[in-house]
Design a binder for this molecule. Structure first.
Ligand code: TRP
Ligand code: MN
Length: 445
């Protein structure tokens, strides 16, 4: 294989990139290259070690957040509420599922979106598609849709602000296990899911009080006071990712320091494409979204390109098949990976294969379809003797009405009430919590 450099992807065919104004892009790229990295190689390696444990079934990965972040919602309440629901889910999975939970937010950099078409035509007028806040704006005007390199720089600063607050929360006391009750929001606390959560929280309280009485408290155990939390996004816009790729001064190894974990989308995972080329050279733990379209031989090739040393924790395969395709299509991939002795972490994204348009016109997903896909995912791994190592959700801490069903039994005609996403429909706070109870049960079986 040819020599890898942070810019060797430029020699390969690339999909899903905006058409940037060259001179401006060069300028921005130069600025980004000199700015401090967002994360540090040591943290990235710690996450990789945790993912290696998850691949062995000693831990479980919970990845979640908005489909796409947007600049206008980079504020403390939005960040706090998303973190809160992820922490609640993690508590449920840890307590009821009896597993250490590796918590990864789709946060602090999830600003780029792949699109099915490069352009959009409305009333005879054709403009470039909206590609996420790091590229352009959703408004249908030529000015808004222009790919603006300045927005890459803004993405960096919004990511920095988000990450800064996340770090403050998880190390500054917000994620302290003594606060499990406080994360339960009023409108959720009243529901049956909320009460179920309260029950776990009470039992955790009891355990903490008992330990305290035995002389073991947060003073001795910072693990109780601080949570481990990581960031991730789809590394789609490679000019941005390259600019934040740095050589670790201690090990001499390359890391993409825009986030701890980055993934390749289903639309950009071509074997000879630019994204695989970029990803193969950075030492982060990485993910690839895969569907039933992927053949076993191609998957093996992909694993060899992305993880030539078969390092554990390095490669996560995130399956987004759709509820009716898991049972029929996942087993041959799982068997192939197993028989080749390849180390991967199997994760389930039950969201992206289950999107449909409701009769009301809203793009939605159904709670039961989502839960069903995870159930099938677990069943396939049980039958193969392999490890279902994690789940990947689009969720929000807000009380939105974007996904049908769940305990609130959101119906077609309810979707319009609080449909706030500017991209894919997300589990609301209550649905997310409910989902974590279901996954915890699957983990226990
Ligand atoms: N430090 C442990 C962890 O991050 C335990 C922990 C502390 C925790 N606060 C938490 C777990 C909040 C879940 C949620 O896993
Ligand atoms: Mn999405």
């Amino acid at each position: 294989m040819s020599i890898w450099t942070p810019d060797s992807w430029r020699q390969k065919p690339i999909l899903q990139q905006p058409t940037w104004p060259e001179a401006e892009l060069k300028n921005t790229f130069g600025r980004l290259k000199t700015l401090p990295p967002l994360v540090f190689a040591g943290e990235i390696e710690t996450l990789k070690a945790s993912l290696a444990k998850a691949a062995d079934g000693q831990a479980f990965v919970l990845q979640g957040g908005d489909c796409a972040e947007d600049f206008s919602r980079c504020n403390a309440p939005a960040i706090r509420e998303t973190l809160k629901v992820i922490l609640q889910m993690a508590v449920v999975l840890t307590y009821a599922g009896n597993k250490q939970v590796v918590k990864i937010g789709r946060m602090a950099g999830q600003y780029a979106k792949p699109r099915s078409s490069d352009t959009e035509t409305i009333g005879g007028c054709t403009l470039p598609s909206y590609r996420g806040d790091c590229v352009n704006l959703p408004e249908f005007t030529p000015e808004a849709r222009r790919a603006d390199p300045e927005r890459l720089l803004q993405s960096y600063f919004y990511s920095t602000a988000t990450l800064n607050l996340l770090r403050a929360y998880v190390s500054g006391g917000f994620a302290d296990l003594h606060r499990v009750h406080v994360w339960n929001k009023e409108f959720v606390a009243q529901s049956s899911q909320g009460r179920r959560y309260e029950d776990i929280a009470n039992r955790i309280d009891d355990a903490l009080n008992f330990m305290n009485a035995c002389g073991v408290g947060p003073g001795q155990l910072p693990q109780l006071r601080e949570a481990e939390f990581y960031t991730s996004h789809e590394a789609l816009v490679l000019d941005y990712e390259e600019a934040l790729t740095r050589k670790d001064s201690l090990s001499g190894r390359w890391y993409d320091c825009s986030a701890h974990f980055i993934w390749i989308g289903e639309r950009t995972r071509q074997i000879d494409g630019a994204h695989l080329e970029f990803f193969r050279g950075v030492n982060n733990p990485i993910g690839v979204k895969i569907s039933s379209k992927l053949e076993p031989d191609e998957l093996v090739k992909m694993c060899h390109v992305l993880n030539p040393n078969n390092e554990k924790g390095r490669l996560t395969l995130t399956c987004r098949f759709g509820k009716d395709k898991v049972a029929a299509n996942l087993p041959r991939l799982v068997e192939k990976i197993k028989s080749e002795g390849l180390n991967v972490l199997w994760s389930c994204d039950p969201m992206h294969g289950n999107t449909f348009t409701a009769t009301s016109g809203y793009k939605t997903r159904d709670f039961d379809h989502i839960a069903g896909e995870i159930r099938d995912f677990f069943a396939v791994h049980k039958a193969a003797g392999t490890v279902p190592g994690g789940v990947h959700f689009e969720l929000t801490g807000d009380n939105v009405t974007e996904v049908k069903g769940g305990g609130q039994n959101i119906q077609d005609h309810d979707l319009g009430d609080r449909y706030l996403t500017n991209c894919d429909p997300r589990l609301n706070c209550q649905q997310a919590l409910e989902m974590s109870f279901q996954v915890a049960e699957m983990l226990r079986q």
